[in-house]
Ligand binder design. Structure first.
Ligand code: IMP
Length: 193
């Protein structure tokens, strides 16, 4: 079957369907249920990371039944001192997180550099606990010893877009995840699907 009409083209790259919207929605509900059970009576603070996590976070939050606070932050990067290394400051974090149970909501953890630096920044603010909830992770690309607590899908080390993720500003609005087509083989496999 020729599925080429399902392909999306942004800038110079082509992308093929990878994780369908229905599968994402099902998994997001499952994660929300897990969090509802584990955080009953803890009133956690969710930190959604902009821009990429906006769609995942909004769908996840609709299924939360526990008492909780929600805020979104943008991460600004700067070189810290030689002892701190790269530092990521959360812009828009007005809450005092000391003693709070934090759940970071991220779109994707790739090398883990972003999460590693952000965790260091948050730990300095003395929260009671920090857990990470990411829609996607690329285990083969991870360069840090970071434990993801809630993961939607493990994916191969390939560039993906959609459901909040972009390629140079485009593709965030697609309600499913699309994977980059890098080789002829990728395309042929897809045509056989
Ligand atoms: P890391 O620091 O390498 O883990 O990368 C984290 C950030 O890079 C994510 O929050 C995304 O904004 C971006 N990123 C990593 N992989 C992808 C991808 O496959 N598609 C789109 N953005 C990505």
């Amino acid at each position: 079957m020729n599925n080429s009409f399902l392909l999306k083209r942004y800038h110079d790259k082509e992308f093929r369907p990878f994780i369908h919207a229905a599968d994402i929605n099902k998994r997001v509900k499952e994660i929300a249920n897990e969090i509802n059970e584990e955080y009953e009576n803890k009133a956690p603070l969710f930190l959604g990371i902009l821009n990429g996590a906006f769609m995942f976070a909004s769908d996840l939050f609709k299924h939360l039944t526990i008492e909780c606070s929600i805020t979104f932050v943008k991460l600004a990067s700067y070189e810290g001192t030689s002892s701190t290394g790269k530092v990521l400051t959360p812009i828009g974090l007005e809450e005092n997180i000391s003693g709070r149970d934090i759940i970071i909501v991220e779109d994707i953890v790739d090398t883990g550099n972003t999460m590693h630096a952000f965790l260091k920044t948050l730990e300095g603010k003395q929260p009671n606990s920090i857990k990470i909830c990411t829609l996607l992770q690329k285990p083969d690309a991870l360069e840090h010893d970071i434990k993801m607590d809630y993961v939607g899908f493990d994916i191969p080390d390939k560039f993906v877009i959609g459901y909040g993720l972009d390629y140079d500003g485009l593709g965030r609005n697609i309600p499913a995840i699309y994977k980059i087509i890098t080789t002829e083989e990728d395309l042929h496999r897809f045509e056989d699907d």
